[in-house]
Design a protein around this ligand. Structure first.
Ligand code: PLP
Length: 865
């Protein structure tokens, strides 16, 4: 039955409780212990059944209960405290003010992402990328950055997972009821829904705008599920990563192009644009179009756009990039080629590594790189891998100089530390750890926490996890119609006193979810402590059995059949081996399950195939709670202190044979468990404390927390990407875009003459017996063709020569222009010195130079001798 009319009925709160509304609509409650407690206190069952959704709670709670708390002084005082904390929070964000210094211009950084993982009750994320984006917004708010998020609001949440009796993953797509979520519908001055329109082949698609308030940071999301869009277009914002490649194209157009239009409709003027992954790269096209409407040429507009765009890549494999066929690109966004005045091949070249390769698909990451002036990977190792992946965009640069840097991911501290542990940190580190978690000295104080207090607190977290798992499993089994026996058995799973290993992540095959099961007899011995040498004459040596248990969770992408096989294999192994009490799979991994697991386990296991894990963040969350990581050297763990804060599995070697690699690494994992992890955990003193384990927990907290958090990460994005991009934006747009026009003209001239530059001769005054630290003068003569010395940077490139005759890790030395020898020859001099002995070499190169260039690599040309 279609309604003839719909109403948005808001909840009716007694006047004294009005602050609850404001509290419910700002996601600050998600990481503020006091406010979360308040909502839990309001109605515990409703809090759980609403999936921690205070808005839905206020809409469905009984009027009786509201009346009751309205007269409860304890509750009212609690509410006042929470409301005061929110007010203080909203006014006291000053990292930005302090670090940005004075800017006359009002800044705005727009952060585009296809998914955002903010809270359990907003299921618009699938995994790591979304959680990272959510944490980015939370920390941007903590730091007081003028940042706004841009995304799509999916009508169907990312799927809920359940398993059929065979262990095969099934998906259910819950429908998001936006009116009962912490969302505001944006309206214009007349109270009408604010709308934007985006061009698609043969039609326009309309979208309205929802906002979720993340502290001080608004996240604006587009929703196409409105009239007069046709059925297909209604579904553009239906499912995250749902549908086929055409739907993907529709979504990316809405995110990138729609996102830019939305910001304009909201009256915002971003000074920097951040593309979190390539999904949003179409934003560059729309931005260029906008500037062209203001009278700039395509090339001029492109200067402004690239100067103020930032791109973060998240994948370490070529298969991770979004690719579209040339005909799809021309069909859907080809009208931009007309607007830009570019021939089709030139337009398509924007998404191609090799502009002359007419067969190559259009790569969104390539487009993003060509339209950005700052590009980064998400961990040091991932930066290295990305420089190799994108090397062909700078074919004449040594790979170590490819301008793709890295900013290592982090996690939002207050969103992942368990409540009791937060209180412990408040007591011993002081409450400032909440606001400034990137401060090293603060975490030093973790040593002042008494061992027994840290340990008892952790044991409490483990017990809570065990209770949580049992309850969740029982509820789930009842819903699936399991037998009473099965339901009763779920009450017996796990032991709150046993070493607990957590493994939770997306079940993609490269994560190797079954690696720990590779030698089933051996893992069984470890789980059940069946090691023969621990029994003498049938009697256990030592007081207690040293058992181990696993808690596992994670979803496979609905179309990832091999990923689903991994889950099924785990379920089958558990069943066949009768290990149901010792290995538990919790269905429907989400933010809440993750929080319970990263605080209640003892060890966090990760076994990706290096270097497939770009960063990984769940291990960071675990560290924040004092867990020890046990992981392959990949992603963030490769750059952490993996000896003191956990254990590395292997040494980062990569074998040609994956089967062999799996065997080697599974054995390394078993060895570590048997020889190090288990003995350390069960080594207790008279008070029952594992002192050496607790010392390692403290190392994990002290060494990992200050660095692997999003306060540090967003601070780094601000200093290295947003501030410079905003400065360049200001430079490029000042005086009616004077700099953009100059730069575009200068580049045209540069490319015209570049191939005519000639290195006429190189004069190296090489002494007979060259010694370390000796200066060698070099003089070169160049024909600069139609260019001037100001347009170029001439560099000597010195370094040691490897067995292949290549200079490795060369160091550039800028040469000085000495004058002109005649009308066509320019003379440059410079000195090289070698600080180490052996076979050394020198080369010569010419790079473009202009004060408005973001870097000499921007024009992507280098001339070598
Ligand atoms: C942290 C988190 C992730 C990301 O974990 P990885 O270690 O990057 O795989 C995924 N899903 C949820 C629910 C999380 O909380």
């Amino acid at each position: 039955m279609q309604p003839i009319r719909t109403f948005n009925v808001s909840s009716s709160l007694p006047e004294q409780l009005e602050p609850l509304r404001k509290l419910a609509y700002n996601l600050h409650w998600d990481w503020n212990v006091e406010t979360k407690d308040l909502f839990r206190r309001l109605d515990r069952d409703l809090w759980e059944s609403s999936r921690h959704n205070p808005v839905l709670m206020l809409g469905t709670i009984s009027q009786d209960r509201l009346q009751e708390v309205a007269e409860d002084e304890g509750f009212l005082a609690h509410m006042e405290r929470a409301a005061r904390q929110l007010d203080e929070y909203l006014t006291e964000r000053n990292w930005y003010r302090k670090h940005r210094g004075h800017t006359e211009q009002k800044e705005c950084y727009a952060y585009f992402s296809a998914e955002f993982g903010l809270a359990e009750c907003l299921p618009i994320y699938s995994g790591g990328l979304g959680i990272l984006a959510g944490d980015h917004l939370k920390s941007a708010s903590d730091l007081g950055l003028p940042l706004v998020g841009v995304g799509l609001l999916y009508q169907e949440g990312y799927f809920s997972q359940y398993l059929n009796p065979d262990g095969w993953q099934q998906e259910r797509y819950p429908i998001n009821d936006f009116y009962n979520m912490p969302l505001h519908l944006e309206r214009d001055a007349n109270g009408e829904e604010l709308r934007i329109a985006v061009d698609y082949p043969g039609r326009q698609v309309f979208a309205r705008i929802w906002r979720v308030q993340v502290g001080t940071v608004p996240l604006y999301m587009l929703d196409t599920n409105i009239e007069p869009n046709n059925r297909y277009d209604h579904d553009i914002t239906d499912q995250l990563y749902g549908g086929d490649i055409d739907m993907r194209m529709h979504q990316e157009i809405m995110l990138g192009i729609g996102g830019v239009r939305m910001l304009k409709a909201l009256g915002l003027q971003p000074t920097a644009y951040h593309m979190n992954e390539g999904h949003a790269a179409f934003l560059a096209l729309e931005r260029i179009r906008d500037y062209m409407q203001e009278g700039l040429s395509y090339h001029e507009a492109q200067q402004v756009v690239a100067a103020s765009n930032v791109f973060t890549t998240h994948t370490p494999v070529p298969a991770g990039f979004d690719l579209f066929t040339p005909d799809k690109i021309m069909h859907f966004v080809g009208h931009y080629a007309n607007t830009f005045g570019l021939p089709a091949e030139e337009f398509l070249a924007l998404g191609r590594e090799n502009p002359r390769d007419a067969q190559a698909p259009f790569n969104m990451a390539t487009l993003a790189i060509k339209m950005a002036s700052f590009v980064n990977g998400v961990a040091k190792l991932h930066g290295l891998v990305s420089r190799v992946l994108f090397q062909n965009l700078w074919p004449s640069l040594p790979v170590n100089e490819v301008p793709v840097s890295s900013i290592t991911n982090g996690v939002h501290a207050r969103s992942c530390v368990a409540k009791f542990t937060q209180e412990l940190y408040d007591r011993y580190l002081g409450p400032s750890w909440q606001a400034t978690p990137a401060d090293n000295s603060l975490w030093e104080r973790v040593d002042t926490i008494p061992d027994d207090e840290l340990w008892r607190n952790h044991e409490r977290c483990r017990s809570e996890l065990v209770v949580f798992v049992r309850e969740r499993l029982q509820k789930y089994l009842r819903e699936r119609g399991a037998s009473p026996v099965e339901v009763a058995e779920a009450q017996e799973v796990l032991d709150p006193g046993v070493l607990t290993i957590g493994f939770a992540r997306r079940f993609a095959t490269y994560k190797r979810g079954t690696l720990f099961l590779r030698d089933i007899e051996r893992i069984k011995r470890i789980l059940l402590d069946l090691h023969a040498e621990r029994f003498k004459g049938g009697v256990l040596v030592g007081q207690k059995k040293r058992m181990v248990q696993f808690v596992i969770a994670g979803k496979a992408h609905p179309k990832d059949t091999p990923g689903k096989e991994v889950i099924r294999e785990i379920i089958h192994s558990i069943r066949e081996q009768g290990l149901g009490r010792h290995i538990v799979f919790i269905p429907n991994y989400d933010i809440n399950v993750a929080r319970m697991m990263v605080s209640g386990c003892d060890v966090w296991l990760n076994t990706p195939r290096r270097p497939r894990e770009a960063s990984g963040t769940s291990g960071m969350k675990a560290s924040m709670n004092g867990l020890l990581n046990l992981s392959i050297l990949d992603g963030w763990w490769d750059e952490a202190d993996y000896v003191r804060t956990g254990w590395p599995i292997g040494h980062g070697e990569v074998y040609d044979d994956p089967e062999y690699q799996d065997t080697v690494e599974a054995n390394a994992l078993y060895d570590l468990l048997e020889q190090e992890v288990v003995p350390l955990f069960y080594d207790r003193d008279e008070e029952g404390l594992p002192r050496r384990w607790v010392a390692k927990m403290k190392d994990a907290i002290r060494l990992n927390c200050p660095h692997f958090n999003t306060a540090r990460m967003v601070g780094e994005y601000a200093m290295r990407a947003y501030f410079p991009a905003s400065d360049r934006y200001r430079d490029m747009t000042a005086d009616s875009y004077a700099a953009a026009k100059t730069l575009a003209g200068w580049k045209t001239n540069l490319f015209k003459h570049w191939s005519d530059i000639k290195i006429e001769d190189i004069d190296i005054a090489e002494p007979a017996d060259l010694q370390v630290n000796q200066t060698i003068p070099v003089k070169v003569r160049l024909n600069l063709a139609g260019l001037t010395p100001d347009d170029l940077q001439v560099e000597l490139y010195q370094g040691s020569v490897d067995a292949n005759g290549e200079i490795v890790n060369g160091m550039p030395v800028v040469m000085n222009f000495q004058g002109k020898e005649n009308s066509s020859l320019s003379v440059y001099t410079g000195n090289i010195t070698y600080t180490s002995s052996g076979l050394q070499g020198v080369s010569l190169r010419v790079l473009p130079h202009h004060p408005h260039l973001s870097s000499p690599y921007e024009p992507r040309v280098v001339l070598w001798a």
